[in-house]
Design a protein around this ligand. Structure first.
Ligand code: ISL
Ligand code: CA
Length: 537
């Protein structure tokens, strides 16, 4: 028996860029409410909202200053309750982002914690320096040391992300009690689960120096530690198991074995996790170093995870990643075909598919021309770091342009109206100038659009026990060709994907179920960027 979170398709909303309702240039909850019918029409069964809590926006919502309130930029608690009620009316479940590795430095806990004698001091991780240097050599995900000196108390605090995001101290049992309280608060309001931000980093086993490694020195002291597993089991036992909800962990640097340890049902921890391995299909070690996209690498990573982990959270895009059609497909001649091919891939893998806002219309990477248009703290930090390292400006910009998180954060393109129908005011971040061509309105009524294709594929998956519950088996992985089989109860579907602008021979038989080309039957040859699903019985 599948659970509802295995049957449904999840749609991720990054609220700030989704839909503005009051002309202040910032997406908001009323904007989301106004678009629920669109999402229902698409076939979405769950929405995941990136953080909606008050935040000073150092990391746009991932620095939370109050976990039991709504960001006034987005609306009020009444708006949130209305959103949950309106979603429920349409049988759409809503999942929130749970960011508990760190808070904002503006959170009242941290403000108080700066006083050495505060009862909140121990909510965070403080250490004296080593002769004017940080307590250890750990690096932050956003570049530079993971420690910040606080002159007020004369000690350093740990921050694995921005210095405005101090890490919480889970050795203090009070912190976990606070988290339980936050979970109950939202679950009682009808929230159907949580996407747990960097959840496998929350337990620090020691604060010793890390082995030096490119990017993230310190990792071995806090990656997927036993203490983290214990916390997850406690949250499940004391809170989550009392509600009809699910959790998906964002787990950095995980291996399939670690994923199993987090998600095997008998362990009672998380329900599924996101991994990052397939993101390496066009990256070398760090996302800032791009290499030519290899469909074969993509296929191998997806195959490895889908065969080794019984249930995965699958995604090709999110608010941290460049647009999939720009990196794994083609922005030019084969824009439409390749976006549809990626749709087939995502919706035919075994696992829960996560679609990121705009993916369903083939939104592309931003067309910005300089750093002044970029808002993301990570991009600015890395740009400045690259500058200090003497990397020339042209190359620096190229790195940012290819990998910046703002690629996915440009406003949702709803129509050909000014600002893509996102706002009647001035958008907080520049709209992609291709919105007159790429927008929801243009695609909604067009049966051949990318959006209509997503709708079709979501419905196909929803009605197919094979696609939802069937086994997965890779049949062929070649340079530009990925063929896999989904099977159940002696029946099977074959998925054929041609990741190239050339025609490809792929001699397989079966009844045509769907293709992103207009064809009546399959003849053994895949057109450029063609995706075909065949029924083998
Ligand atoms: O985007 C990344 C790398 O450049 C990732 O390493 C990302 O920072 C990592 O996956 C953690 O992401 C999550 O936590 C961050 C937040 O900035 C991201 O938006 C969030 O998805 C800190 O809360
Ligand atoms: Ca607004």
């Amino acid at each position: 028996m599948l659970k509802w979170w295995q049957e449904r398709v999840v749609y991720q909303i990054w609220p700030r860029s989704f839909q503005d309702s009051n002309g202040d240039g910032i997406g908001d909850l009323q904007g989301i409410i106004a678009r629920l019918d669109d999402l229902k029409d698409l076939g979405v069964g769950v929405i995941w909202l990136s953080p909606i809590y008050p935040s000073p926006n150092a990391d746009y919502g991932y620095d939370i200053s109050d976990y039991k309130a709504v960001n006034p930029e987005f609306g009020t608690m009444a708006d949130m309750e209305q959103l949950l009620a309106e979603a429920a009316k349409r049988d759409i479940k809503a999942v929130l982002d749970l960011v508990i590795n760190h808070t904002s430095d503006q959170h009242r806990w941290f403000q108080s914690a700066r006083d050495k004698n505060s009862p909140y001091r121990d909510y965070y991780i403080w250490r004296p320096g080593r002769g004017g240097r940080p307590p250890n050599n750990w690096m932050s995900f956003f570049g530079g040391s993971a420690w910040e000196y606080d002159p007020q108390s004369g000690e350093y605090y740990l921050h694995l992300f921005a210095k405005n995001q101090p890490d919480l101290n889970y050795r203090n049992p009070k912190v976990l009690e606070e988290v339980k309280d936050i979970l109950r608060f939202w679950l009682d309001k009808g929230v159907a689960g949580f996407r747990c931000d960097v959840i496998n980093l929350i337990w620090k086993s020691s604060l010793a120096d890390g082995r030096r490694r490119i990017g993230l020195t310190g990792l071995e002291h806090y990656l997927s530690q036993e203490g983290c597993h214990e916390i997850l089991r406690t949250l499940r036992r004391d809170v989550l198991s009392h509600y009809d909800c699910f959790t998906v962990g964002e787990t950095c640097f995980v291996t399939p074995q670690m994923a199993l340890d987090f998600t095997l049902p008998e362990r009672q921890e998380l329900d599924m996790v996101f991994n990052f391995e397939h993101m390496g299909a066009d990256e070398f070690m760090l996302k800032w170093f791009k290499r030519r996209f290899s469909p074969e690498r993509l296929a191998r990573a997806l195959t490895k995870w889908t065969t080794q982990v019984p249930w995965n959270a699958h995604y090709l895009e999110n608010h941290d990643q460049p647009r999939s059609v720009s990196r794994f497909g083609d922005e030019g001649t084969y824009w439409e075909k390749s976006a549809k091919l990626l749709c087939v891939l995502l919706l035919t893998l075994r696992g829960t598919p996560f679609i990121y806002q705009g993916q369903e219309i083939g939104m592309t990477n931003f067309d910005y021309t300089g750093m002044d248009q970029i808002k993301d703290i990570e991009s600015h930090n890395i740009y400045n770091l690259a500058k200090r390292l003497g990397i020339p400006p042209g190359l620096r910009w190229k790195m940012i342009k290819a990998s910046s998180r703002d690629n996915a954060r440009t406003p949702m393109q709803w129509s050909a109206e000014p600002n893509a129908g996102f706002t009647t005011g001035t958008p907080w971040i520049k709209v992609n100038s291709n919105y007159r061509r790429i927008n929801v309105e243009a695609q909604r009524g067009d049966p051949n659009s990318i959006r209509s294709f997503y709708k079709q594929m979501i419905a196909l998956r929803g009605g197919s026990e094979i696609l939802k519950a069937g086994d997965f088996q890779a049949v062929k992985i070649a340079k530009n060709l990925f063929v896999f089989r989904r099977s159940r109860d002696g029946k099977s579907l074959l998925v054929l994907l041609n990741f190239s602008p050339e025609v490809a021979d792929a001699q397989y038989g079966g009844e045509l179920v769907i293709s992103n080309y207009d064809r009546e039957r399959y003849d053994g040859r895949l057109q450029p960027y063609e995706a075909v699903v065949l029924s083998e019985q």
